[in-house]
Design a protein around this ligand. Structure first.
Ligand SMILES: Nc1ncnc2c1ncn2[C@@H]1O[C@H](COP(=O)(O)OP(=O)(O)O)[C@@H](O)[C@H]1O
Ligand SMILES: [Mg+2]
Length: 426
């Protein structure tokens, strides 16, 4: 069987690596991939952009691809699954209509409210309907969100209502392009975040192993928000009781609600959830795809054949499927380029990858490219050094042994990925 992975990040390298490990998979194509997928056995990069839906369908037809898995949100929100389905091609991911859950935070908040799923109180505004007086009457801090896709940069935590007003106005004025034409202003929720990721086939739900990521740039969860500086699985924060509660109060009503709204959801569904100090879960957002970097440690622990699970979901038989997980913990440390997240420098040569390949664990590539047989940086998040161990601490040790073997000019990474789990005794 031939598999196509769409995307170019660490998540897609992990997907390609995992799919290529299945005995029945003859080859994995990645569009467009990175230097890591270029060097992966049984994996081949094809120079097709992840957003070029017409070229992707042509590629799948020309290469006789049996199964396509979409990594990033942009092609899903643009309707890639609908385009594949129209040509009878099997493509795992939500169609355009339910992908709005990620594509429009305004839509998502309205959906959550309508289906009684717990989330922060909020109001949605356009420039025309903006009510600055209402914002000033709220209690700070407030969270101001550009509704559309903003590559993880469209959320501002405003310490005062005055800042919330100017932030919303900047969004209306085009700071995030059309993504800011609608703005959600919501109450700030205290607590600890967890990533809750499931597979769905429209009706049935298969939860993936629990995971948690670190979004801030610097140690002790300080500094600016990023796409994610590291992640681990399992997440001891998500106890079996909390897991059952999130399934009951969030995931099941969401999948049921989407079906009732006439847009059944097939694909990975990721709920970003704030767990209050008293254990109450509230949805921060939905993503219509796997998380990056959560995917890297989660797939490292998946012992089942991912392609078979995707096929079961596409056939509507996920209810009869199950996933086996390695009992060990996995932890990934993101290594970023100098200047990340504002202005990452590109083109630095990465040294030490050969030595790292002889160590236990796995380095997944993200922003890397091949330049005259050398691997060079080509994006903000460059690598994700991922380790396995009997517990989170042991996985952390293995991940840092890998990370410390690799270097390039200005490489930056946190030294404390997993500390919250380790503090909980994991
Ligand atoms: N209501 C909220 N209260 C506290 N923090 C929030 C809230 N909403 C978002 N955040 C913080 O902002 C981050 C980004 O917000 P999110 O809604 O996940 O948007 P995106 O991932 O699209 O940028 C979250 O991971 C969380 O740390
Ligand atoms: Mg998020």
């Amino acid at each position: 069987m031939k598999v196509l992975i769409v995307g170019a990040g660490g998540r897609e390298h992990a997907l390609a690596w995992k799919c290529a490990s299945a005995a029945r998979v003859s080859e994995v194509l990645v569009a467009p991939g990175n230097a890591g997928t270029a060097r992966e056995p049984r994996v081949r990069n094809v120079p097709v952009a992840a957003e070029d839906i017409a070229a992707l369908t042509q590629l799948a037809i020309a290469e006789r691809v049996d199964l396509t898995i979409i990594g990033p949100e942009a092609p899903l929100v643009a309707g890639v699954v609908d385009a594949f389905a129209a040509r009878g091609l099997r493509c795992f991911g939500p169609r355009q209509a339910p992908a709005q859950l990620e594509g429009s935070k305004a839509y998502s908040k309205e959906f959550l409210r309508r289906h009684g799923i717990p989330t922060a109180r909020s109001r949605t505004f356009t420039r025309a309907s903006f009510d600055a007086a209402w914002v000033r009457a709220q209690r700070a801090p407030l969270v101001v969100k550009a509704s559309g896709l903003a590559a993880g940069k469209g959320v501002v935590i405003a310490d005062s209502t005055a800042v919330a007003v100017t932030t919303a106005q900047a969004m209306f004025a085009g700071q995030f392009g059309t993504a800011g034409h609608e703005v959600v202003v919501e109450e700030f929720l205290a607590g600890e975040e967890a990533s809750f990721i499931v597979m769905a086939d429209g009706v049935h739900i298969l939860p993936l192993a629990t995971s948690q990521d670190h979004k801030r740039l610097r140690d002790a969860d300080q500094g600016p928000n990023t796409g994610g500086m590291g992640a681990y699985s399992p997440a001891p924060l998500v106890t079996p009781t909390l897991h059952a509660r999130i399934m009951r109060e969030v995931i099941e009503p969401a999948i049921r609600g989407l079906a009732a709204d006439g847009m059944p959801y097939t694909g990975f569904l990721y709920a970003g959830i704030m767990i209050a100090p008293d254990g109450t879960p509230n949805v921060l957002e939905f993503n219509c795809r796997l998380g990056d970097p959560e995917t890297q440690p989660v797939l490292m622990r998946l012992m089942s054949d991912l392609t078979a699970l995707c096929e079961a979901a596409l056939a509507g038989t996920l209810g009869a499927a199950s996933a086996q997980w390695d009992a060990r913990a996995a932890l990934g440390v993101v290594m970023a380029a100098q200047g990340y997240p504002e202005e990452p420098r590109k083109g630095d040569t990465i040294e030490g990858l050969e030595r790292a390949a002889s160590l236990p664990g796995k380095i997944f590539h993200a922003g890397t490219a091949l330049a005259a047989d050398k691997v060079v940086t080509s994006g903000g998040r460059v690598l994700c050094a991922t380790g396995l161990g009997v517990d989170v601490r042991a996985a952390q040790r293995e991940a840092y042994a890998l990370a410390d073997t690799v270097r390039w000019r200005g490489a930056q990474y946190r030294r404390d990925i997993g500390y919250r789990a380790i503090r909980r005794g994991a």
